[in-house]
Design a protein around this ligand. Structure first.
Ligand SMILES: [Ca+2]
Ligand SMILES: [Ca+2]
Length: 282
């Protein structure tokens, strides 16, 4: 009675053993290549056919070097691996998805003319964008699908020089460089000029009520006598609204500026023109 059982057990054991041997001999080992953005092998591992890739191994692949500078304005970096099969059935290439960021200077600041060396360099009007193109997958024809967004980084950019004092240290013209945050490469630059003496029609290097009075007097003379020859300095420094003619508005503005200056010694013409929203002073 016992013998047949042993015989069957032996047969099962042999059969099992043979079957087992057969599987290991015939199981293929597949190479799984993780590619870089250019299609070169970045990381490689082997997986027995029919097996899954250990997710932990995938998460431990150092992707920090999957970063590529494209020209001076763009960078491409890794976001995720695309299309990892659940079971590996043959040699497999796995492509990376990426995000490409391109920085662009859309507009330099509005203000190009400065009237005080105490001013900060104004940033108003500056537009610097980063366009982010994120790959979301591959379509059936093998093309990347993407989504885009534009991020305004203007507020984090810095201007050099920072002040009109630095800019006009050795002349009345200067170039301002625009730097994106954490970058030592400017994204662009623009020229600024310094215009001295506006408002100081009597050329004593200070704007006071006397300057406003002189402008008002000249305007009064001009009103009653159109052929009245306005003093050159009054015309040059007293046309406060830059419209090319001398009138009551100029005297009023000059008086307003003098009033502001009297109550706040740090006030200056650049602040004044900015407060007055004087576009033609830019
Ligand atoms: Ca003066
Ligand atoms: Ca005027």
């Amino acid at each position: 009675m016992i013998k047949p059982v042993i015989s069957i057990m032996t047969a099962v054991s042999v059969l099992f053993g043979t079957a087992s041997f057969g599987v290991s001999a015939e199981t293929n080992v597949c190479t799984v290549n993780f590619l870089d953005f250019d299609g070169n092998v970045y990381y490689s591992l082997t997986v027995p056919e029919g097996q899954q890739i250990d997710k932990q191994i995938i998460s431990q692949i150092d992707t920090s070097k999957l970063r590529k500078q494209i020209g001076t304005r763009s960078q491409q970096w890794f976001s995720e691996w695309w299309g990892i099969p659940e079971y590996i059935t043959g040699n497999t290439d796995i492509k990376p998805l990426s995000v490409t960021g391109t920085i662009s200077l859309e507009k330099v600041p509005d203000k190009h003319k400065y009237y005080s060396k105490d001013s900060e360099i104004y940033k108003d009007g500056l537009i610097v964008d980063i366009t982010l193109v994120t790959q979301t997958g591959l379509d059936t024809e093998g093309n990347y699908t993407t989504k885009s967004e534009i991020v305004d980084i203007s507020s984090t950019c810095t201007l050099t020089p920072k002040t009109a004092g630095e800019a006009f240290k050795s002349g009345n013209k200067a170039v301002v460089n625009i730097f994106p945050i954490n970058s030592d490469q400017p994204i662009g630059n623009y020229e600024i000029i310094y215009i001295d003496g506006i408002g100081d029609v009597n050329e004593d290097k200070i704007v006071t009520g006397s300057d406003a009075t002189e402008v008002l007097n000249a305007y009064t003379m001009l009103s009653s006598n159109p052929s009245y020859k306005v003093d050159e300095a009054i015309m040059l420094y007293g046309d406060m609204n830059f419209d090319g003619i001398l009138n009551g508005s100029d005297a009023t503005m000059l008086l307003q500026y003098y009033t502001m200056l009297s109550s706040d010694p740090t006030y200056n013409l650049d602040k004044f023109f900015s407060d007055m929203n004087m576009k033609n002073a830019l």
